[in-house]
Design a protein around this ligand. Structure first.
Ligand SMILES: [Fe+2]
Ligand SMILES: [Fe+2]
Length: 333
């Protein structure tokens, strides 16, 4: 899963001084983008395009990996064997998404170790949504419905991203995200339609807590998203934050009626003139607080990732030692 908030740049990079040759290459690159061509790893690309992609794809990869943590919290407490099997499959998918994405980012010349180091040093971001806790079982269904649902909205346009390795990774990821969304919705539907009052109350409580952070997954409003224009021009981003957010609200408002839950927004109402659902103001101060490291679980998430990396050091060392031995054997043969 992923958010548009991924394209938050630390500071706008300076434009380097260009030679005539670079200017020509850049003009050719821009023409290819304008013609709707896909850019491959070996093609020439402007440094800024490369850096923007490394930042976005690596942040996306980190989000997939960190996103395994809130759900992992419920594997041992899933209510039935079926729900446990589904949850395990979903979490494994997210791990796989992280791996495809690290691999896609590596094609741009940044190693996985560099990316992981940046995450562990607190320099690289991941989606803020994963800094919220999973407090009851209905949180798991709600994450599938809303968080993976928002991820799909964000990610489907990325299958047409101008950088081909990223676009290709997204095709497979989107298919799996669709399963994630559906299993979440199904889990909530069972609780709402066949469950007890207490179970229905759990669903409503989870939806109340996840609704607004899910809307924040689309990133800041268009007017306050300075990197968006360049990303759109380069064909990295196909739809704006606000456009995607509106599509998501429209879809969820109707799905909420099917479920029988109330979305926690008194301003949510159908606007026949616009042909969309109106919704209330988003608390952007909260978004920036969580992005800035002060969400409920930021420290816990990062600590869990660092511990997993440290605990796995022996596996990486053993795999490298084995690879060296194999190579030596092959050379000797
Ligand atoms: Fe994912
Ligand atoms: Fe997912």
């Amino acid at each position: 899963m992923y958010t548009q908030a991924m394209d938050l740049a630390p500071k706008e990079e300076r434009k380097a001084v260009r030679t005539v040759e670079e200017a020509e290459l850049e003009a050719r690159f821009e023409a290819r983008i304008d013609a709707g061509d896909f850019i491959e790893a070996k093609d020439w690309m402007p440094e800024h395009y490369r850096r923007t992609l490394v930042r976005q794809i690596s942040q996306h990869a980190h989000s997939e990996i960190v996103g395994m943590l809130p759900e992992g919290n419920w594997v041992t407490r899933a209510p039935t064997l079926k729900r446990k099997a589904i949850l395990l499959a979903k979490i494994q998918d997210e791990g796989g998404h992280g791996l495809y994405l690290y691999a896609a980012a590596e094609t741009l010349g940044t190693s996985r170790d560099q990316m992981v180091d940046a995450l562990h040093a607190g320099k690289a971001k991941y989606s803020s949504i994963f800094n919220y806790p999973t407090l009851n079982w209905a949180d798991i269904g709600t994450i599938g419905w809303l968080v993976d649902g928002a991820a799909i909205m964000n990610q489907v346009p990325l299958t047409r991203c101008s950088y081909a390795p990223y676009a290709r990774a997204m095709v497979r990821i989107c298919r799996e995200e669709s399963f994630h969304q559906r299993q979440g919705f199904d889990s909530l539907l069972v609780m709402m339609k066949e469950g007890t009052d207490a179970q229905r109350a759990l669903v409503q409580d989870a939806v109340n807590r996840w609704w607004w952070p899910s809307l924040m997954m689309f990133g800041p409003p268009d007017a306050e998203s300075p990197n968006s224009a360049q990303s759109t021009r380069w064909g990295i981003k196909r739809l704006s934050n606000d456009t995607l957010r509106q599509k998501f609200v429209d879809a969820c408002a109707e799905q909420a009626q099917v479920l029988g839950v109330t979305l926690p927004d008194p301003d949510l109402k159908w606007n026949a003139e616009r042909g969309h659902w109106d919704f209330g103001p988003i608390d952007w101060a909260e978004f920036w607080r969580v992005v800035g490291g002060h969400g409920p679980c930021n420290k816990e998430r990062l600590a869990a990732r660092v511990k997993a990396w440290d605990d796995g050091a022996w596996v990486r060392e053993a795999a490298l030692a084995h690879a060296r031995k194999q190579a030596a054997k092959e050379q000797a043969a």
